[in-house]
Design a protein around this ligand. Structure first.
Ligand code: GDP
Ligand code: MG
Length: 241
């Protein structure tokens, strides 16, 4: 396992850092590594290099001047590496379960992935249908929504290739972290502020089967210290200082 901290910003030690583990699972080749790469603002590559074992990247984001460190754990979809996953799922905040909208079997395997994750820990799950840029769809948006409704989890369709809906999905999910529980802002405001503060233009539309914002924050596990983020003392909201 190697740490790829290329996007790690320098963190001001005088400011408290909140950490969360976010895991990506799903069949091989559905686009897990590419989605993480997009979240890290890396350019898209068509070259497929199967992931080996488990790897992670750290992304530091800011909210009201405070630092939030998100560790994104990338797992390999092959059966032979599945045994490695439980130890990473434990103490994680969120698990993205990813399928490829152009490969029906990757969608048919989603319930197995969900059962597998739930057998490890009762994590907050997010269903993600990737590759919506492709014209040869085998899974409709409605099928994805129906499965997410049935499982009681949130749902997004994205394209890691075109970057469509990636940042919107990411910040929607991040806004559900316990870090923001107890924050008086409503979820949409938190998302807007997160995007603004982290230099993301919000031009994307959310595709959601249900609103994970209604989920009690206590269902989300926390790795390391975490507390609701409030505007830093002496700083005005959105002042950018
Ligand atoms: P992983 O095995 O789930 O990590 O899948 P990868 O991220 O390695 O992607 C597998 C292949 O699908 C690679 O060739 C990627 O370039 C390609 N890919 C990933 N995301 C997309 C997408 O949104 N659209 C298209 N058309 N191809 C994608
Ligand atoms: Mg991979």
């Amino acid at each position: 396992m190697t740490e790829q901290d290329s996007n790690e910003d320098s963190v001001d030690n005088s400011v408290s850092v909140t950490r969360h583990k976010i895991i990506f699972v799903g069949d091989a080749s559905v686009g897990k590594t590419t989605i993480i790469s997009r979240i890290m603002d890396n350019p898209y590559s068509d070259v497929y290099e199967p992931s080996i074992g488990v790897d992670f990247m750290s992304k530091n984001i800011k909210y009201h001047g405070q630092n939030i460190k998100l560790q994104m754990w990338d797992t390999a979809g092959q059966e032979k590496y599945k045994g490695l996953i439980p130890s990473y799922v434990r103490n994680s905040s969120i698990v993205f379960v990813v399928y490829d909208v152009s490969v029906k079997t990757s969608f048919d395997n989603i319930p197995k992935w969900i059962t597998f994750i739930k057998s490890i820990e009762n994590n907050t799950l997010v269903l993600c249908g990737n590759k919506i840029d492709l014209s040869n769809r085998e899974v409709t948006k409605e099928e994805g929504e129906a499965l997410a409704q049935k499982e009681g989890i949130s749902f997004f369709e994205v394209s890691a290739k075109t970057d469509e809906n990636i940042k919107n999905m990411f910040y929607n999910v991040v806004a559900d972290l316990p870090t923001f529980a107890g924050n008086s802002d409503n979820k949409q405001n938190i998302i807007q502020e997160l995007m603004q503060e982290n230099g993301v233009e919000n031009t994307e539309e959310g595709i959601k089967a249900n609103d994970p914002g209604q989920k009690p924050a206590s269902k989300i596990n926390v790795d390391g210290e975490s507390k609701p983020v409030e505007p830093a003392k002496g700083k005005k909201k959105n002042c950018g200082c």
